[in-house]
Design a protein around this ligand. Structure first.
Ligand code: GLN
Length: 304
């Protein structure tokens, strides 16, 4: 069976299931999105592309962008970033504060909010104009100069980001934020506000399926060894307290966002993205998880 057919069958099966979950409302701007959207795109390293559903509608990629900020920090600073962040799964919610106290302000990993905020601080220390440089980096990885931040989502996060303000101030009290708190949190909110459609997102993640090299441009975004490590972190930490479940059911390294998107890769083969805004109790796309489970069950090709 060909890839397009497998995508269509899995998509239809999920669409027929009761649509469970709820759209994220704690960022008011995210709550304005039609919760029925459901799109998929798969791009292979060789350049084939398969799409289905609402694959061309831009959405807020939210925490999926944390993989891109991590890549940028690793390529700028290398292994030294691990002096300030660990690489262990948290087993906790993405915005949890509980481990930070007992672990002296060292976030468990760079894909939870606390870890991504420290990454934003590292970027702020190394870049003259971090907001511009980060966007340019994302555009390079995406091979698309039209990707932008969404000012209304960044503002909405700022207006209601009480937990993120708590996290950054807590981190600062441990000395793990070196720059001005307001500037760093502004960079973090902008990072989370990036908008892409499913096809742009799958294209963006192609480098992690291709040993760090952007499949379209041939540019080496991160080294093969760094790509291996980023994929390992996605596998163990990309879905917060549901990372085990995603590995168990889907079997691919991936990353979710509260906008309802998921990006995942099969090394040396493809990147896939799925978007459906309703989230399960752990903040991951309900339909996105189900779709990818059915998809890899059908292809029988995963990292396991
Ligand atoms: N911007 C969101 C937040 O900081 C990101 C969370 C997510 O996508 N899991 O809460």
């Amino acid at each position: 069976m060909n890839c397009q057919k497998i995508i269509e069958i899995a998509y239809q099966q999920v669409k027929e299931m009761p649509s469970e979950g709820a759209i994220a409302t704690y960022i008011p701007e995210l709550a304005t999105v039609d919760s029925d959207y459901f799109g998929v795109c798969l791009t292979t390293n060789k350049g084939e592309q398969y799409t289905y559903g609402d694959a061309m509608i831009p959405f807020s990629i939210q925490s999926i962008a944390k993989v891109l900020s991590l890549s940028f920090a690793i390529s700028l600073v290398g292994e030294d970033i691990w002096k300030r962040i660990d690489v262990e799964p948290s087993g906790s919610a993405f915005n949890s504060l509980v481990q930070l106290e007992s672990e002296n302000g060292i976030p468990r990993n760079p894909l939870i909010n606390a870890g991504a905020i420290v990454i934003c601080d590292i970027l702020s220390s190394h870049l003259k104009n971090p907001k511009t440089a980060l966007l340019e980096y994302i555009q390079k990885v995406a091979n698309n100069s039209e990707i932008t931040y969404c000012p209304s989502i960044a503002q909405s996060e700022k207006d209601t980001g009480y937990r993120n303000y708590a996290l950054i101030n807590f981190l600062k009290s441990f000395g793990n934020i070196k720059n001005d708190v307001d500037q760093v949190i502004d960079l973090y909110f902008h990072l989370c506000s990036v908008k892409m459609n499913c096809c742009q997102l799958a294209q963006t993640f192609g480098y992690l399926a291709n040993k760090g090299k952007q499949p379209q441009t041939g540019q080496q975004i991160v080294s093969p060894s760094q790509s291996k490590r980023i994929n390992a972190i996605m596998q163990t930490c990309g879905f917060y307290d549901e990372a085990g479940e995603f590995a168990y059911k889907v079997g691919l390294p991936g990353k979710s966002g509260v906008g309802g998107g998921i990006a995942a890769i099969l090394p040396n083969q493809y990147a896939i993205s799925v978007w459906s805004p309703k989230l399960n109790a752990r903040g991951n796309s309900f339909r996105g998880m189900k779709f990818l489970e059915l998809f890899t069950d059908a292809t029988q090709d995963t990292v396991f």
